[in-house]
Structure formats: C-alpha cells, structure tokens
Design a protein around this ligand. Structure first.
Ligand SMILES: Cc1ncc(C[n+]2csc(CCOP(=O)(O)OP(=O)(O)O)c2C)c(N)n1
Ligand SMILES: [Mg+2]
Length: 338
C-alpha cells in the first residue's frame, strides 16, 4: 500500500451513466427528499425559537446530498449509525415527519416516545443518533460484527463529523474494524467546523480519510459531498468495495453546513460573505439545475415541489403541537437501572 499523497483526490463519477441509470423519476424523488429535509428543519428551527423544542437542535442544511445519496445507494438491510445531526437519516429510513417533529416537541407519540429529542432518532435500520462525539463508532463496529457473524452481506454505514477524527474512539474503532475485517463504511461529513473550531485547527493530517486509513491498512477516499450524483455514485462504489473485500472503508465527504452548529450558535466565526459564497453550491440548487438542464424539471415545478414539502413540514408542526405529553408514571420504562 503506497503512502497517501498530501492533497485530496476526489472520487469522480460518470455523470451521464448515472443520469441514465437513475432516470427522471428517481432523481425527482431524490430532490423531493432533499426538499423535505430542508423544509422540515426550517420549521424545526422555527419551533425551537418559539420554545416548542426541548434540548439541542442541530440541522443538516447544506449536507443533504450525503444522506440522500447514501439512502439511494445502500441496501434496504444495511445498518445506519449516526451523530446527533440525524433528522435526515431518520426521515430517509421511513420515520414520518409527524413522528420526528413530535419527538422534537417531546411528545408521547414521538419517534423515541418523547424521551430522546432531536439527537436520538431511530428506525428499524437506524441504530440511533448519538450525542457523544465519536462514541458511536464502536457501536457501528458491533453492528458490522453481528452482520458478519450471521453471514449476511449487510454493511454498516457510520456517519461522523470531522471533529470525531480527533477522538480516541475513532482510532479504536478503525483499528478493530481493520483487524477483524468488519464491513463498515465510515463516512466523515467534513463540514469544516466542530462547533466554532475550524477543521484545520483541530485535525493534524490532511487528507483526513486517506491518511487515517493508511495507518490502519484500509482504503480511504475523499469526495465532494454537495453534489447528489457524485455522492450517489461514490456510495455505490464504496458499498460494493466493502461487500467484495469484507474490509472497512473510510471516506471524507467534503461539505458545508449553512446554519450554525446548533440553533443556539450565532456563527460569529465566519462572515456573511463567506456564507454567501459557500451557499452558491447549495446541493438542492445544484440538483435542480441538473434536472432543468435535462429538461426533466422547470422552475414552476420546482417551486410547487418546495411548496408541497413546506406544507408537509407545517402539518407535522401542527400535528406535534396537538400530541399528548408522556405520562409521568412511565418515566422509568425503558431504563436499565431505574
Ligand atoms: C466527547 C464529546 N466531547 C465534546 C462534545 C461537545 N460537542 C458536541 S458537538 C461538538 C462538535 C463536533 O463537531 P463535528 O464532529 O465536526 O460534527 P458536526 O457538529 O460538525 O456535524 C462538540 C465538541 C460532545 N458531544 N462529546
Ligand atoms: Mg464538523
């Protein structure tokens, strides 16, 4: 294995082949998913400001092409493990906007019965959003070990932030996954910031996936995380590599977050101009432009799709507001050590 170079070389995909493979309908569906995530989170932030949401709230705005691309490329039985920035994963894996909003509102009919809030969402295949930076990587190794032990070809996809690369658990998990040949795809969503700390002030070696992978004898890649065709194509290739080699793989998705770290972050560490500049590559706009070039979409249709997603998000707020609070008598249910 040759030592990695110090510059990133991004995964490239055959756009024309992917456009043909996915076709109009599927790509429109994927744009719909991105619009739903964006609109859901705009309303979640609004609800937070109105005091309706307890705990923390971290939105995914700017990063949508990553989760949507992964959801389209992965198998229905693959396992997902994510961070607290997890609304998109849950919505893509079948949690309804109503149950996710009800969870944010702390209601009994919420996705985690009102006990988890925004950071802890689940579906059959989503083992959770986790709040401890890096703490979920060993859990992904456990899921992958289980799949391997059962002889299935399910893989585990584990999303982490750039901040997690500096954590001990990241290195322990990579070592174990490499040592035991675990089928895990580690996805660093490098949104350039860990709270208000710029990535170059926190992570010593660049490009981070390639360099860390080299230490553990596995393959590492970098990829543009803003462009849906690219993320989809990359995730397909990477999943196939994990299945064929039965080895862990790590990829850095280079992305930008458009909002603060959480709702309570005023984002004073970057200028309005910087933000405007990075928003030029809004993943929703990039995909809608691509579809318009193909003549598969026009701007009126895009506006109508956005209105529809907005209405779903508004309806989920109304639903959540009318849901019952958890009964205090059930407080100790589901607790290991009451
Ligand atoms: C072990 C641990 N240390 C500190 C924190 C506080 N904390 C929450 S999010 C965060 C930044 C993480 O940044 P990154 O991994 O890049 O993810 P992002 O929020 O950018 O998606 C920190 C330090 C935590 N949750 N867990
Ligand atoms: Mg980050």
């Amino acid at each position: 294995m040759a030592a990695p170079s110090e510059s990133k070389s991004l995964i490239s995909v055959d756009r024309q082949a992917l456009l043909t493979e996915l076709g109009k309908e599927r790509l429109i569906e994927m744009l719909e998913q991105m619009l739903l995530i964006r609109n859901f989170e705009i309303r979640a932030e609004e609800a937070y400001r109105h005091g309706k949401v307890g705990g923390f709230l971290h939105v995914y705005s700017g990063q949508e092409a990553i989760a949507v691309g992964a959801a389209a490329a992965l198998g229905p039985n693959d396992w997902w493990v994510g961070t607290y920035r997890c609304h998109a994963y849950a919505l893509l894996l079948g949690a309804t906007p109503q149950e996710v909003m009800a969870e944010l509102f702390g209601r009994a009919t919420g996705n985690a019965l009102g006990r988890g809030g925004s950071m802890h969402l689940y579906t059959d295949r989503l083992l959770g959003g986790f709040g401890i930076v890096g703490g979920h990587l060993p859990i992904a190794c456990g899921a992958a070990f289980s799949a391997k032990y059962r002889g299935s070809d399910e893989i585990t996809i584990c999303f982490l932030g750039d901040g997690a690369v500096a954590q001990g658990a990241f290195h322990e998990a990579l070592n174990l996954a490499a040592l035991w040949n675990l089928p895990v795809l580690f996805v660093i969503e490098n949104n350039q910031w860990g709270m208000g700390t710029a990535v170059e002030r926190a992570i010593a070696a660049e490009p981070m996936a390639e360099r860390q992978a080299y230490s553990y004898g596995i393959n590492g890649y970098s990829c543009d995380g803003m462009d849906l065709l690219t993320t989809y194509g990359a995730f397909k290739q990477l999943r196939a590599e994990v299945v064929e080699t039965s080895r862990p793989v790590i990829v850095e998705m280079v992305v930008q977050r458009f909002r603060g770290h959480s709702v309570s972050d005023p984002g004073l560490y970057r200028t309005k101009e910087e933000l405007q500049e990075i928003m030029q590559r809004d993943p929703l706009v990039l995909l809608s432009q691509e579809l318009q070039q193909q003549k598969w979409l026009d701007s009126d249709q895009y506006k109508a799709m956005n209105r529809k997603a907005r209405q779903i998000a508004l309806d989920s707020m109304e639903y959540a507001d009318n849901q019952p609070w958890p009964d205090v008598a059930t407080l100790e249910e589901g607790v290991f050590a009451p």
